[in-house]
Design a protein around this ligand. Structure first.
Ligand SMILES: Cc1cc2nc3c(=O)[nH]c(=O)nc-3n(C[C@H](O)[C@H](O)[C@H](O)COP(=O)(O)OP(=O)(O)OC[C@H]3O[C@@H](n4cnc5c(N)ncnc54)[C@H](O)[C@@H]3O)c2cc1C
Length: 443
């Protein structure tokens, strides 16, 4: 048994685990991050796509100016400049047969930037602009929506079918990764308030200009190493060792173990309940609640074409199955005609074969971009993430656990813990920071 009672063990090398590790290492604590897989990054990772030599992300990730913890994390590890933040919010929409419209907000103080952006946008009719402004007012005034789904809330606030399907569906599914008929209006209203109504720069969108690995995993690892810590790859934890209400260490698959007085679990909820001794799971409502969480899938489709089909960096797609397109070749400056398509909240599609999903994406592209009709597909890659995020269904706030667990010395982090945010990069980093704060102030 390895004894290192003064070190903090962090289980999971995704954004939550790495941000906790960086915060603790920066505060002078020795940390050891145990990651089961051969690479860091978890659900926000990148890898080399051998047939093209391109770096591909596990799924396209979009950030926002409101991701304050994330931007602080990237600044701390020295990679903030790898994220390109829009100077002001601008979203293009494309709908069949190729109609382009834009929502562009001028650089005014919030909320006037949004109001002006919506009013002068060619994406909505005048009556739709009034509907959207009405919803904006309700969000700012804190309209009560605790027990409502997003769909019910939008209907209650007088949003027409066209605005719901052609605008709010795109925004809410991207933000929550869930069907508006299941997703919690309370979580959505919170996201809208934080992202759109705090400051104009918070509502700007941001894209990594490099693969996610280059964005943070390597830099976080070096940061921790430079402060006498380590990240161990292939270090799968089988179970937590708990005695008399205190966490004492972790056990590995080969039967070996590692002692630690303080542990942060930064694994997804379904892994956490597997690592926890069964009798403890049943002993506290705090743990039992976690069993109510459900997953929501995302499908990412990468397509390499023989020619450019659009000059846009990214766009929301209306009236199609696929919801967003990202022009990876342009964003990363690879010079290739590489497009990443996103289908979030993809419960109805996750059972389809990869070939079928590719055909759906190609048929959507042909309806949207004339150049796609004659182009040839050089390579493609379909990634189905069944457990992409937890489902932010109505009532989810009540079951997400706080960072401090009922077991002494055990803290939880991860995008699924009680951050108030949906499962996002920002939620994960915020949870890592919160767990680190608890560790630093536990004595
Ligand atoms: C396809 C896709 C697209 C997304 N798009 C966006 C987006 O555009 N914007 C956004 O903000 N968010 C997005 N997200 C969500 C975001 O990626 C996640 O919220 C975030 O990465 C979660 O980080 P985490 O550290 O909480 O969990 P994870 O990334 O899951 O990290 C947990 C880590 O723990 C490891 N682990 C698990 N079990 C064990 C064990 N027993 N022992 C040791 N290690 C273990 C795992 O291998 C993993 O590396 C997207 C997610 C997906 C899947």
């Amino acid at each position: 048994m390895v004894s290192a009672l003064n070190e903090v063990l962090i289980i999971g090398g995704g954004l939550a685990g790495l941000s906790a590790g960086v915060a603790l290492a920066g505060a002078g604590r020795r940390v050891r991050v145990l990651e089961q897989s051969p690479h860091l990054g978890g659900r926000a990772r990148s890898f080399l796509h051998a047939p093209t030599g391109d770096i591909v992300d596990n799924g396209q990730h979009l950030l926002m100016g409101s991701y304050h913890s994330t931007l602080r994390f990237l600044t701390e590890i020295g990679t903030r400049d790898r994220i390109a933040l829009q100077p002001s919010l601008r979203i293009h929409f494309v709908e069949p047969p190729g109609t382009l419209s834009t929502l562009e907000c001028p650089p005014l103080a919030s909320p006037w930037h949004l109001l002006a952006g919506v009013l002068r946008s060619d994406a909505f009719s005048w009556s739709e602009k009034l509907e959207i402004s009405r919803l904006g007012r309700a969000v700012r005034q804190g309209y009560e929506c605790t027990d409502l789904t997003v769909e019910e809330w939008l209907t209650k606030l007088g949003q027409s079918e066209r605005v719901k399907r052609g605008f709010w569906d795109l925004i809410s599914i991207a933000a929550l990764n869930e069907n508006p008929r299941r997703a919690s209006a309370a979580v959505f209203a919170r996201v809208l308030k934080l992202a759109l109504f705090t400051s104009a720069s918070d509502s700007c969108l941001a894209l990594p200009r490099v693969g996610l690995g280059d964005c943070y995993t390597d830099a976080a690892r070096s940061y921790i190493k430079a402060r006498d810590g380590e990240t161990v790859l292939g270090g799968r934890v089988e179970s937590l060792m708990v005695r008399d209400g205190s966490c004492e260490g972790v056990r590995f698959a080969d039967g070996s173990s590692s002692q630690a007085g303080t542990i942060i679990s930064a694994v997804p909820w379904h892994e956490f309940v597997r690592m926890l001794p069964a009798e403890l799971l049943r002993a506290a409502q705090y743990f039992m609640n976690i069993l109510s969480l459900r997953p929501a899938p995302i499908i990412s489709i990468s397509i390499w074409m023989d020619r450019a089909i659009t000059e846009l960096d990214f766009a929301g797609l209306r009236g199609t199955t696929v919801q967003w397109i990202f022009n990876r070749g342009r964003i990363l400056g690879s010079g290739r005609h590489h497009y990443s398509l996103v289908l979030s909240g993809a419960h109805e599609h996750i059972g389809r074969s990869k070939e079928e999903l590719l055909q759906i994406a190609l048929s959507d592209l042909a309806r949207l971009f004339p150049a796609a009709r004659d182009s040839k597909v050089i390579h493609s890659l379909v990634i189905k993430e069944r457990f992409a995020t937890f489902s932010p269904a109505v009532g989810v706030d009540a079951v997400r656990p706080a960072a401090k667990s009922p077991i002494r010395g055990l803290f939880l982090a991860g995008d699924w813990t009680a951050t108030g945010l949906p499962a996002t990069i920002e939620g994960a980093v915020q949870s890592g920071y919160t767990a680190a704060e608890h560790v630093l102030h536990q004595c």
